[in-house]
Design a protein around this ligand. Structure first.
Ligand code: FES
Ligand SMILES: [Fe+2]
Length: 457
């Protein structure tokens, strides 16, 4: 028997009244009941990014994560299977794993010492003769996410047996994700260290911003100025300079794929030649020395190597919590209605076949410099905006948030060969479409399930 928590206030709302084509109601960012429902209907019912396989490369590796508010251990068990275990002891509920990452064949709960194999199966309890139970009963095994799948190293999980396959869920956004991966040797990257940030705002504010080309020149003015300060002559074209003047007339665009996924492609604004990407890379400490040394060692081959050290000018946004931009992978995790964690993982190149002529360490050092760039100097601009929206939306009588840029202008939207919406870089159509998907999810009643491993541990 499952004892249901009473319906939250979210059930009292008509989401057709809260979400219109051109505007949404402030309550979706400020209501506790709606947040609670989101943790079930979104961060439970759709495929949510949990971890990257490079974080658990060997059997018995684990890394902590979250599925909405649920504490999770993502583990490659002793048999090599990737699982997402609830980090929640079946005795009295404590977290069993308190370490961020590591290697363990089993987890012992620090409270009373119950221990579990990394398959989730209970392995033992202290002084069992004090119990009348049969501990082989599966109810004592750790709960786990029933559906866990990877797409090219990215691990997702869902509690929804009726969700489509992960590949179908990702749909068209696999295209840009494949392209982003395939520019690296072997078509893969490894997560390296991260910038961990937190903001006092609702998680959706970050997602709303993730394909927003309208704010860049205003919100990131100081970063743009810094990136171009040392550039001589009229060639102030570093970093995000392609947003200067009128961004909608530039050869970049955004695309909406369905299921809340979207993509900003700034690559058409970059010269297509070896070294074209490196030419617009913003300044980072020491980059000139690396460049000079690589050019001397590699000659003409240096251009392509330096491009791999440069930030790829794309934003790939996978609903509800995964963003791939530049050389970063940004992951967001709701903490409460008005608090969100966001982690910017750096990514390293793995060069098994020496395609980079022995320069892989130099490339990864330069990529780490880009990791220090936007997350430190740009993301803070964005987080400040999200926090200030949360403050602004406390004004109850002023109800609506508008997202209608581009709406009703004939000929502004087009479709690609697969039927995906294509729009100018500053259009808010990605946000309108995502909100329609959000409304569909919030009106549905998913039946979520957990599993308790029954295989031999
Ligand atoms: S809560 Fe884990 S052993 Fe008691
Ligand atoms: Fe931004």
């Amino acid at each position: 028997m499952t004892i249901q928590q009473p319906l939250s206030t979210a059930a009292l709302y008509n989401f057709d009244e809260l979400i219109h084509e051109d505007k949404v109601h402030r309550l979706i960012y400020t209501d506790e009941g709606i947040f609670r429902d989101e943790m079930r209907k979104i961060f439970g019912a759709v495929w949510v990014f949990l971890a990257h396989e490079s974080q658990i490369p060997e059997n018995d590796n684990f890394v902590k994560s979250k599925l909405g508010l649920r504490p999770i251990i993502v583990v490659r068990d002793s048999n090599g299977r990737i699982r997402a275990l609830y980090n929640r002891c079946t005795h009295r509920g404590s977290t069993v794993c308190r370490q961020e990452t590591g290697k363990a064949k089993s987890f012992a709960c620090p409270y009373h010492g119950w221990s579990f194999f990394n398959t989730g199966k209970l392995s033992g309890v202290p002084w069992p003769d004090g119990y009348a139970d049969d501990f082989s009963d599966t109810k004592f095994n750790l709960a786990q996410v029933p559906r866990v799948q990877s797409y090219r190293g990215f691990i997702f999980g869902t509690l929804n047996p009726d969700a489509p396959s992960l590949e179908d869920y990702l749909g068209g956004v696999k295209g840009p994700l494949d392209e982003w991966l395939d520019r690296h040797p072997g078509g893969k990257v490894a997560f390296c260290d991260a910038n961990r940030l937190k903001f006092n705002g609702n998680w959706k504010l970050l997602y709303d911003n993730s394909c927003d080309g309208y704010h860049v020149i205003f919100s990131h003015r100081s970063l743009l100025a810094m990136e171009n300060r040392q550039v001589s002559g009229n060639e102030a074209d570093k970093g995000m300079a392609y947003y200067k003047n009128s961004p909608d007339t530039q050869p970049m665009y955004l695309k909406y794929f369905g299921n809340g996924h979207h993509f900003k492609d700034k690559r058409p604004a970059v010269e297509k030649r070896p070294g074209g990407l490196w030419a617009i890379e913003g300044p980072h400490p020491g980059m000139e020395n690396y460049e000079a040394a690589l050019r001397e060692r590699l000659g003409e081959a240096a251009d392509a190597v330096l491009d791999l050290a440069s930030s790829e000018p794309v934003n790939i946004n996978i609903f509800p919590n995964l963003h791939i931009l530049g050389n970063h992978v940004q992951v967001s995790q709701p903490v409460s209605l008005t608090e969100t964690d966001t982690t910017w993982w750096g990514t390293a190149v793995i060069d098994d076949d020496n395609e980079l002529h022995g320069a892989v360490d130099d490339v990864n050092a330069l990529r780490m410099r880009t990791q220090e760039g936007f997350p430190n100097f740009g993301e803070l601009d964005d987080l400040m905006n999200f926090e200030q929206i949360q403050v602004g939306l406390t004004a109850e009588e002023d109800e609506w948030v508008y997202m209608h840029r581009g709406l009703g202008i004939p000929g502004r939207l087009t479709h690609d060969a697969d039927g995906h919406i294509v729009a100018p870089a500053t259009d808010e159509v990605f946000l309108r479409e995502t909100m329609q998907e959000y409304k569909r999810l919030m009106k549905a009643e998913p039946k979520l399930v957990i599993e308790r491993n029954v295989e031999a541990g």
